[in-house]
Write a protein that binds this ligand. Sequence first.
Ligand code: ADP
Ligand code: ADP
Length: 229
Amino acid sequence: EIVIKTKNLHKTFFNGEVPVHALKGVNLDINEGEFVVILGPSGSGKSTLLNILGGMDAPTEGEIYYRGIPLHNMGKKELTMFRRNAVGFIFQFYNLIPNLTAYENVALAAEIAVNPLDPATILAEMGLADRKNHFPSQLSGGQQQRVAIARAIAKNPDILLCDEPTGALDYETGKQVLDTLRNFNRVMGKTVLVITHNAAIGKMADRVIYIKDGRVDKVEVNANPVTAG
Ligand code: ADP
Ligand code: ADP
C-alpha cells in the first residue's frame, strides 16, 4: 500500500517581491514499511518537502495524499490530528523540552496521542531505562536523540519523518541512532523517511530519492541495504 503520494508538488516562498521556487513539481510514492532516504545538497528543497509531507506546511500547488486521503484539502483540526497521531517527527537538534525529564518528554507526546505506547517500555527498549529521570542537559547527544526517537515512537505513528537525524552526532553515535530507526522500521514494520545531505546514509535505505533544485533527480532501489552496527 502507498502511505504517502504526491502529485506535482510546488512550493514558492516570497523574499519580499522575489519568488523562491523551493519545489518545482515533485511526484513521490512512499510505500508501507519502506525505509526511504531523500538525499540532496543544502538548499535543494528537502526540508520544505518534509514539512509538507508532515502536514506542517501547505504546498503552493499540487496534491498530497496520506493513505488516499487528500492532505491538501484538510482543515486545521484534521491536520492537527494527522500530525499528532499519524506522524512522528525527529529533528537534527532533538527539540526536547529542557525542563522536563526524558520520561516526561516522552509521556507528554503519548498523553495526547489516540493510540499511544507505554513511555517507560519504549525508553527501556532504547536502552534508556536508567536515564529516564534525567533532564536533556544531563544526557549525551546520542541519548538525547534516542529520547527524541522514543518520544516520536510513543505516539505509535504510522510513519516517522526524520530531518538530518544524525547531523549533530559523531559517526559512531549516528550509527546507533540509525540502527534504532532501522529497527523500528524492520521490527514494527513502520515506514521511515530520512532526509539528509549525507550520501553514506543512503546505503541503509530500501530506496534513495535524489532531490536536486526542487525536483526528483533520480531514484535508486537498494536490493541489499547496509545495516549499521
Ligand atoms: P534543504 O532542506 O534541502 O536545505 P530547504 O527546503 O530548506 O532546502 O530550502 C529550499 C529553498 O527554499 C532554499 O533556497 C531556501 O532558501 C528556500 N526557503 C526555505 N524556506 C524558506 C522560507 N521560509 N522563506 C523563504 N525561502 C525559503
Ligand atoms: P566519516 O567521515 O566519519 O566517515 P561520513 O561523512 O562518511 O563520516 O558520514 C558520517 C555519518 O554517517 C554519521 O552521521 C553517521 O551517523 C552516518 N552513518 C551511520 N551509519 C552508517 C552506515 N552504516 N553507513 C554509512 N554511514 C553511516
